[in-house]
Design a protein around this ligand. Structure first.
Ligand code: NAP
Ligand code: G3H
Length: 484
């Protein structure tokens, strides 16, 4: 079992290999979205403490960058094993802190262990190259560029509440393999889960200061962290609003952003409707729709719309609603404000003439899975990301209209196309303005070595194990000039 890093539910930050409390004596209560109980207290650290932590990370990176890659990989592999050994304990933390349903919580941790292990392995295969000069016009054989990859320095990792372990690790592990030190700013709601992840790396043997954590409200310490001159890379996952704000103030610091989405499932007349309905429901409602890649709208051609809606409704009726426990899929949303926002979108659609097929039942921050048909483009839910268990059905006349509406979104994360006609599938895929198109599957991120990216307001840069290691390192060229 991993050690607890807290006393009486007070959690410190991992700084230079120690768990430390803030000198500010200011803490923040993490309240469970499940039952309003106290999960724990986290530190609200001061700007002065941030300066000291960044200085420590800078110092620690000097020896970490010279640590052999094979040794870095050993530590990461050990972290993956520790994570897996503690799957039950950590999944309970996710259940209580972010109301993640049991199956999704277990899957988040298992997947994270696999991610870290794969990253350790991939990091050992990142290689440089030598480039001769004479293939460029006017040059002879008397020059060779030796290109290696070197780390960037300190990576600031900022993760969101919905995957506090996985989306912290997916930044930390590739950054470490590339030889960077990392400062993790976890989501406030999700901090405790992320601090346990830091504990896992710590007991796996990561040298002091190579991974430090800073807890506190993004709105209070975020700007200071981002604009600190010693931060060399920002790896951010979260909402588009915060992402755009960070991009504005970070100036020339390179960054990677995974932001919001409005993933469309386009359904053509020849689709296998049973398989399609199953995929759409799994895609739209898992973890109560709080996934960037959730299916967030269905664009279905008129001739099969009635049948598809009937099938989706019947799949939804099988979902179990309640507090996280075995077999429950729909759990309370992260907070009451999130539920209010989802409710606003539902109310707006119904007021403008949408047909409620099922759901629109609410108990505090728990919203039952809701399906809305006959959504029109004047309704907010046609365009906005609810991050909750509600799915709008937009009926279209033909493929062209589906592509048009799909591309009108400000977002461009993923899309699905359901059809048995592979030509149409590829034709549509080639026209969709998104990072990834799934043919006959729900929108989803994994497997995690695939490239994962959003275009337009959905992000910048490319995640995916090798892509992430490359993004958090840079080529260094040494040119040998000699006489021939
Ligand atoms: P969020 O409110 O944007 O917060 C994300 C992170 O940013 C949190 O750690 C937050 O800290 C921090 N933050 C807030 N203000 C900041 C500032 N000024 N400077 C620096 N950091 C700041 O997002 P969320 O509600 O946690 O997550 C949901 C959103 O993330 C959705 O829009 C979803 O689509 C998106 N998301 C995208 C992907 C993807 O891969 N594309 C994956 C997951 C989630 P606090 O918690 O302390 O405010
Ligand atoms: O919320 C964003 C995650 O990166 C999506 O991952 O598709 O596996 O749920 P997922």
């Amino acid at each position: 079992m991993i050690d607890n890093n807290h006393i009486d539910k007070v959690y410190g930050n991992l700084v230079n290999g120690e768990w430390v409390l803030s000198k500010s004596n200011q803490t923040f209560d993490i309240i469970s979205p499940v039952d309003r109980s106290l999960v724990g207290k986290i530190q609200l650290i001061s700007k002065n403490e941030i300066d000291n932590i960044i200085a420590n990370s800078k110092e620690a990176q000097k020896s970490w960058k010279d640590t052999p890659v094979s040794e870095r990989a050993k530590i990461l592999s050990k972290a993956a094993d520790i994570l897996e050994d503690n799957i039950e304990f950590l999944s309970k933390i996710l259940e209580v802190e972010i109301a993640k349903d049991t199956d999704s919580a277990i899957s988040e941790i298992r997947r994270t262990a696999d991610f870290i292990r794969f990253t350790a392995n991939e990091g050992m295969h990142i290689q440089g190259e030598t480039i001769g000069a004479d293939n460029f016009p006017g040059y002879k054989k008397n020059k060779i560029s030796f290109v290696t990859r070197v780390p960037l320095g300190i990576v600031l990792a900022i993760s969101p509440f919905n995957y506090p372990i996985n989306l912290s690790a997916s930044k930390i592990a590739p950054a470490l393999m590339a030889g960077n030190s990392v400062i993790l700013k976890p989501p406030t709601q999700g901090s405790i889960s992320a601090l346990y992840l830091a504990q896992v790396f710590h007991i796996a043997g990561l040298p002091k200061g190579v991974l430090n954590t800073v807890t506190g409200k993004g709105s209070e310490i975020g700007d200071y962290l981002i604009s600190h001159p010693d931060i060399n890379f920002i790896n951010f996952t979260g909402s588009t609003n915060v992402g755009k704000h960070i991009a504005k103030i970070a100036e020339m610091v390179p960054m990677m952003m995974e932001l919001g989405g409005k993933d469309a499932a386009i359904v053509l007349a020849d689709a296998d409707l049973k398989m399609t309905a199953k995929n759409i429901v799994a895609g739209a409602y898992s973890y109560s729709g709080q996934r960037c890649t959730a299916v967030k709208r269905v664009l279905v051609v008129n001739e099969i719309a009635d049948e598809l809606v009937k099938m989706i409704k019947s799949e939804i009726n099988q979902l179990k609603v309640g507090n996280p426990a075995n077999g429950i899929q729909i759990t309370p949303l992260i907070n009451i404000e999130a539920a209010d926002f989802v409710q606003e979108l539902i109310d707006d659609a119904i007021a403008k003439g949408a047909k409620l097929i099922t759901g629109n039942i609410r108990e505090g921050n728990l919203i039952y899975p809701t399906l809305l048909d006959h959504i029109t483009t004047d309704m907010r839910i046609a365009w906005e990301e609810p991050f909750g268990p509600v799915l709008p059905i937009i009926r279209v006349n033909d493929i062209e209209e589906a592509i048009l509406i799909a591309n009108k979104s400000e977002y461009g994360l993923q899309s699905s196309v359901f059809t048995q006609n592979i030509n149409n599938a590829f034709m549509i895929a080639s026209k969709l303005e998104v990072g990834t198109v799934q043919i006959n599957n729900k929108t989803e991120r994994g497997p995690d070595h695939f490239p994962f990216l959003g275009v337009k307001s959905s992000g910048m840069g490319t995640q995916g194990i090798r892509y992430s290691i490359e993004a958090m390192s840079r080529p260094k060229a040494i040119v040998l000039n000699f006489d021939i």
